[in-house]
Design a protein around this ligand. Sequence first.
Ligand code: GRF
Length: 193
Amino acid sequence: MTNIAILASGAGSNARRIIEHFASGTLARVVLVLTDNPSAGVLNVASQAGIPSRFISREQIAQGQPLLDALEQAGADFVVLAGFLRLVPASVTARFSGRMVNIHPSLLPAFGGKGMYGGRVHRAVIEAGAAESGITIHLVDEHYDRGPVLAQFRVAVAPDDTAATLEAKIHALEHAHFPQVIEERIRDLQLRG
Ligand code: GRF
């Protein structure tokens, strides 16, 4: 059984899907939700699901060791960034090399990097007149949005799409695919021992 920790800063709709996806199986389970935002909706998601959750400050995250300690205390061996807005320091990404994934709401490398998150990404896609957008699920290294890509899924941008309608399409794509890609990665890791 793989123990998953989810790091999230916002509403937590992806976290909810991931928790539900693994709740009934024996492959993996979510053991901890960590957030850098004390008013994040993801805290309600965790409590409704009966999953332990913790606040961790941006300073503690930047230091690395407090974040490692929280993950270790929960027995986490796989980490999912689901709308997490802080940079994870190299000491943590190195410890979880190949076992930490992020989701980004564009087709990386397009519309990624520092400061590109949430509505900003969708506004930039609309302003650029892109014909399509999508999601990227990738392994995490010490840079924003740069680790090896595990999967991408595409969606057409309609001429009348706004940042808000595009965001809704992207969220639907995330909910449909993110838990499954996490599952496939964990299966691969378990097979490799
Ligand atoms: C998602 O669009 C994700 O790709 C981005 O932040 C959003 C988080 O949404 N990184 P939610 O908190 O899971 O609802």
